[in-house]
Write a protein of this length. Structure first.
Length: 280
């Protein structure tokens, strides 16, 4: 059901990647996670965790309350390749809709559900949702009044066919992002994705974003970055440096990365549909 929505994007005409001089916000390439230079530690103190979370609460426009961010208790994916499943569990918990997944005591018992899938990882949120539904882990209301799945770009056609059902008029984008029409036309998906995600955040809707081989729950944005409630233990910190225009900082169960890199390459999103935010 969900995977078919992304597959259908391949029926549309693919767009072309731009010449870099025409696209000031487009990030032309993201190095896969295994290609990052990494600096890691796993001994953050309680005061370091609180300090980082408080700083993030002050620095970002948030979908959730500052207290919720500071006191975030997540499902920890550990070393498993389960980021898609765990991100969805963290999303519904943050949005107060844990009823959408029929996984009791998910924080402690999610691994049993994960093992039942019989896979090492899911590349796509759509595949995870489809298998979750087939296993009976999704509430009957999830596909109607609960979870909203929105494919952003195709899997085939070099990932260059885009979902335009949520796109807004060009003048909305030029005004919001202070760019001219030619810039928007060079990479329309970058600015449309920016508007889509940030409109959800403004409507207090956290959103799981799949990009750069990782799925995690976006809860905030500012001028240059996105803030995520992520899927690892709060005592862990990892700084990933590509040496280029995309870097990632995981700390205190949160993460911060370049928003323009995410908007350039995000594949699909999931949010809890409360009837307020953007809709596909």
């Amino acid at each position: 059901m969900y995977a078919a929505l992304r597959l259908a994007l391949e029926d549309s005409k693919p767009l072309r990647a731009p010449r870099q001089r025409d696209a000031p916000h487009f990030v032309s390439m993201i190095i896969p996670f295994e290609g990052f230079r990494r600096n890691c530690r796993d001994d953050l103190t309680a005061s370091e965790i609180a300090e980082f979370r408080s700083a993030c609460a002050a620095d970002f426009t948030l979908a959730i309350g500052a207290d919720e961010l500071i006191n975030y208790k997540n499902v920890d994916q550990g070393c498993d390749g389960a980021c898609t499943f765990v991100a969805l569990l963290n999303l519904v918990s943050l949005m107060g809709r844990s009823d959408l997944f029929l996984v009791k005591n998910a924080r402690m018992r999610w691994r049993a559900s994960w093992r039942s899938f019989g896979v090492e990882k899911f590349e796509d949120l759509a595949d995870c949702l489809d298998l979750s539904a087939s296993k009976g882990y999704l509430s009957p209301s999830a596909s109607t009044t609960g979870l909203k799945y929105v494919p952003i770009r195709s899997a085939g056609q070099r990932e260059m066919c885009f979902n335009v059902t949520f796109w807004v008029p060009e003048d909305v984008l030029t005004a919001r992002y202070n760019v001219n029409s030619n810039v928007v036309r060079a990479t329309p998906w970058v600015y449309q994705n920016a508007h889509f995600v940030e409109s959800l955040i403004d409507a207090h809707q956290a959103v799981v974003i799949n990009f750069a081989e990782h799925s995690r729950t976006c809860v905030g944005y500012n001028e240059e970055s996105l803030l995520f409630c992520d899927n690892w233990t709060a005592s862990y910190e990892e700084i990933c440096d590509t040496g280029g225009s995309y870097n990632d900082h995981f700390k205190a169960a949160l993460s911060v990365c370049s928003k323009w890199a995410a908007y350039s390459w995000m594949r699909e999103v999931v949010y809890v549909d409360n009837g307020v935010g953007a809709a596909a």
